[in-house]
Design a protein around this ligand. Structure first.
Ligand code: URA
Length: 188
């Protein structure tokens, strides 16, 4: 396991998969190194690739609003992604790309030691919770893995595309809020 600084430096110059060839910036993720809650998306989009920061585009603004509904400020949580470089035209990251990149995320989780991980969308849920995870069926369900409470909610981009999913997501967010009160120590 690497410390934060070496991990960051390795990640910044990564060439483990072909996505490095088209990226403008590696999106390492951001938030406190002792965050109790981590949100994991799929991969950087255009705005994230250009700025080097996770969830700063339209989906990111919507994520901020979702967090605000449960009085959670993004400065209190860690926000990262399954893959740290933008897949061209925002396609899903390929299994080989996810496999090449996941060591960075595992190292981040090992250093942060969060109490809760929330997967944003099916890509993160299938990789981090279960390969047969079905987001429509299984969102909002809690699973404990290696001492970490895990659940998935619909990806903010999916909620922007299909507002009918929003009431279910509101219920999932309320469940997250209750879980934070149950297992976290920091004040939110
Ligand atoms: N979508 C993601 O999955 N991650 C980001 O950082 C931005 C959009």
């Amino acid at each position: 396991m690497k410390d934060w600084k070496s991990l960051y430096e390795e990640c910044m110059s990564c060439q483990k998969c072909p996505l490095w060839e088209t990226r403008h910036n590696v999106v390492f993720g951001e938030g406190p190194q002792n965050a109790e809650v981590m949100f994991i998306g799929e991969g950087p989009g255009e705005q994230e690739d250009l700025s080097g920061r996770p969830f700063v585009g339209r989906g990111g603004k919507f994520l901020d609003e979702m967090l605000a509904m449960i009085d959670l400020d993004r400065s209190k949580v860690f926000i990262g992604n399954m893959v740290k470089c933008r897949p061209p035209a925002n396609r899903d990251p390929l299994p080989a790309e996810q496999e090449a990149c996941i060591g960075y995320l595992r190292n981040q989780v090992a250093l942060i030691r969060p109490k809760i991980i929330v997967c944003l969308g099916r890509i993160a849920a299938m990789k981090l919770i279960r390969p047969d995870f079905k987001i429509t069926r299984d969102h909002g369900q809690w699973t404990k893995k290696a001492g970490v409470e895990m659940m998935a909610i619909f990806h903010p981009a999916a909620l922007l595309r299909d507002p009918r999913k929003r009431p279910e997501t509101y219920a999932d967010l309320k469940s997250l809020q209750a879980k934070i009160q149950e297992v976290c120590d920091h004040t939110y």
